[in-house]
Design a protein around this ligand. Structure first.
Ligand SMILES: [Fe+2]
Length: 313
């Protein structure tokens, strides 16, 4: 059966990157091996633990009622609270018990094929540093708070945990078709900025990019500005996205089973063959096939977005 991932692929070994696949050039630090895993997690001091605790507290002011129930349940089940930066071994033990996932420290952004390989083996690579007080509100590179607080609670959900593994396994096929950008858009609009409909008019966030910051948790679920459109995989993989500002469009799933069926159980060979090499739709576009929950006013964008100092809501 043609699916998201190649079924006969050996996922236990790190794949070679095909020569014609372009990925961002990243210099591997000398102290890590081919798996890019740090020999040990950073030992954080009191000041850094306090940053974690303050970030945690800030999120807990906005997330109840806005974060997906599965995320809040994951937070409860895992040792992620106000005890400083979590110990990855302790966290992995609990998570392993729940869904078989573990969390491993990596120095920074890692190459796509290494990232896919870890996910395919149920290892979540997490940043080995925490932001400073000066960069408390916004960071370019994902730190341990984004990676662990934002992503790990969702990995306690069995269906979502399977989706993430399948996403990692999908990397090989996307590389073979040279469609990593399209697969990246799927990650962006689900794992980082996904919303879920939990009841009529009850839209919640499950994406880590939303859940690890205070502004977007409110903006994505409540503001009039952005579009909220039901997820359609073909459409999403043709859609451009914004890296350094709030999203003009969010895509909404009905359930994690819905996400799993829409992605894992469909013919990606055909999809990749039909995909153009570049994105077709602008990030703020609403197109005729869309099942629109909320058509955004895009007022935040029209006022100039982040660079202008415009208030998101
Ligand atoms: Fe992330």
């Amino acid at each position: 059966m043609a699916t998201l991932a190649d079924q006969d692929q050996d996922f236990s070994v790190l794949p070679d990157l095909p020569a014609d696949v372009f990925t961002a050039p990243l210099r591997k630090p000398a102290h890590v091996g081919e798996d890019w895993i740090e020999p040990a997690q950073t030992r954080y001091g009191t000041a850094e633990d306090a940053i974690w605790n303050d970030l945690y507290e800030r999120q807990m002011d906005v997330l109840p009622g806005r974060a997906a129930s599965a995320f809040m349940a994951g937070l409860q089940k895992l040792p992620l609270g106000q005890r400083g930066v979590p110990d990855f071994n302790e966290l992995s033990e609990e998570l392993g018990y729940l869904t078989g996932w573990s969390v491993v420290p990596v120095p920074m952004l890692i190459p796509d094929h290494v990232f896919f390989w870890h996910l395919a083996n149920r290892r979540f690579p997490a940043g080995n540093f925490i932001r400073t007080r000066e960069t408390f509100d916004y960071i370019q590179e994902p730190d341990v708070f984004h990676d662990v607080f934002g992503h790990v609670p969702m990995l306690a959900d069995p269906v979502y945990a399977d989706y993430m593994q399948e996403y990692g396994r999908a990397g090989w096929k996307a590389m073979r078709y040279n469609r990593l950008k399209a697969l990246g858009a799927l990650y962006w609009y689900t794992v980082e900025f996904g919303l879920i409909l939990e009841g009529p008019d009850d839209v919640r966030a499950y994406g880590a990019g939303i859940l690890s910051g205070p502004t977007e948790a409110v903006f994505s679920t409540e503001a009039k500005s952005p579009n909220r459109i039901m997820l359609n995989v073909d459409r999403v993989m043709r859609t451009d996205y914004v890296i350094s500002d709030l999203q003009p469009t969010y895509f909404v799933i009905e359930s994690f089973e819905d996400l799993y069926h829409q992605t894992v159980e469909r013919d990606f060979d055909r999809l990749y063959r039909n995909l153009p090499p570049a994105f077709t739709y602008a990030n703020a576009a609403v197109i005729d096939v869309d099942d629109v929950l909320h058509r955004g006013t895009q007022e935040y964008l029209l006022r100039g977005g982040r660079g202008s100092g415009a208030k998101p809501i």
